[in-house]
Write a protein that binds this ligand. Structure first.
Ligand code: FBP
Length: 348
């Protein structure tokens, strides 16, 4: 191989930016494709701004800690939650792309009048996932999904968003870790980008990521053990007895899912007797992550039905989530819905 080719390859690599990859995925340069490429680029901009703030947060006054307020979820709000939410809104102003933003941090969707009615998309997002990690410099993330705006939504109930996860046009997450990564799918595979700080661009690192069919990692907050229903307890008792399993739980969904996408295994956030619906929100946490994992050959379930089939009844609806390598998820489901065929495995 001549130097030139290696040089050409490196140049090609450096030019395989997110916005170019989206156009390649859509195999089109028409207005719709350009809009979705620009939309993804705005999400990337929000990620870069949040990553910059996180990287210097420990040196800045008033960036970390709580605001003293409580959000629609009943959770104490972190200052970085508010900052990250404002960044996403600012990134889409004057864009003509997104008419409405629905966020974990806002009771009702936020409208960008200058973008309506031309903006044909709605962005649903969790601006800062794993916020319990942010003040201690552990990994956090942002989660996003793009859906088509159907109707004018004048009553602000976002009723047109109450549809199953298959209606997502694109979904992904940004992982703020040792490096900043953006993982997304438009329904044609799952792709991993790394932020090259010297370029300020997300560059393609892995195309068509495939999750291992099974893995030895299980990721769940065992502190909730006695709050779970018996079948989930039995599954965890089963893995405790199996040699080779390792428990890994970071407290941030994005970080735990990224590990499982790369190494295989299963993540669980089950319901509890007190909260049968669990903790995670369907529209801007579970459904986007399920879309990604299934595009990588994985499986996502509530325990009793495919996660992407769930139709929400309100914007901030919660759902149990069991997700990861298909064989591991099927094993958990076999404890929840035992059949004569799997009775030997589920007897603990
Ligand atoms: P936030 O988006 O408010 O951070 O909540 C979601 C989350 O932090 C997930 O990232 C994580 O998987 C889960 O909650 C951790 O919950 P728990 O502390 O109950 O295990």
């Amino acid at each position: 191989m001549t130097d030139y080719t290696a040089h050409e390859q490196a140049l090609d690599r450096d030019c395989l930016t997110l916005s170019r990859h989206v156009l390649q995925q859509l195999q089109s340069f028409d207005a719709d494709a350009q809009d979705l490429s620009a939309l993804m680029n705005r999400i990337a901009l929000a990620g870069k701004l949040i990553a910059r703030r996180l990287s210097r947060a420990g040196l800045m006054e008033g960036v970390l800690g709580f605001t003293g307020g409580v959000n629609i979820q009943g959770e104490d709000v972190k200052k970085m939650d508010v900052y990250a939410n404002e960044v996403f809104i600012a990134a889409f102003k004057q864009s003509g792309l997104v008419c409405r933003l629905a966020s974990e941090e806002m009771e009702k969707p936020y409208y960008i009048p200058e973008n309506c009615p031309i903006g044909r998309y709605t962005l649903l997002y969790d601006p800062l996932d794993g916020s319990s990690n942010v003040d201690i410099n552990l990994n956090v993330g942002s989660i996003f999904a793009i859906r088509r705006q159907e109707g004018t939504d004048l009553d602000g109930t976002a009723a047109d968003l109450l549809q199953n996860g298959h209606r997502q046009i694109a979904a992904g997450y940004i992982l703020y870790g040792p490096s900043t990564m953006l993982v997304y799918s438009m329904g044609k595979g799952t792709h991993v980008f790394v932020l090259d700080p010297s370029l300020g661009e997300f560059i393609l690192a892995i195309e068509n990521l495939q999750i291992p069919a099974s893995g030895s990692i299980y990721s769940v907050n065992e502190g909730n053990f006695w709050a779970w229903e018996e079948p989930i307890r039995n599954y965890v008792r089963h893995v405790h007895r199996q040699p080779g399993y390792s428990a890994r739980y970071s407290g941030a969904l994005v970080g735990d899912i990224h590990r499982i996408l790369m190494q295989g295994g299963v993540f669980l956030y089950p319901g509890t007797q007190k909260n049968p619906a669990g903790k995670l929100r369907l529209l801007y946490e579970a459904a986007p992550i399920a879309f990604l994992v299934e595009q990588a050959g994985g499986k996502a379930s509530t325990g009793t039905q495919p996660l992407l089939d769930v139709v929400p009844d309100h914007l901030h609806m919660r759902t149990p989530l069991i997700i990861g390598s298909p064989e591991n998820v099927a094993l958990v489901e076999s404890f929840i819905q035992p059949t004569p065929a799997n009775a030997t495995v589920t007897q603990v």
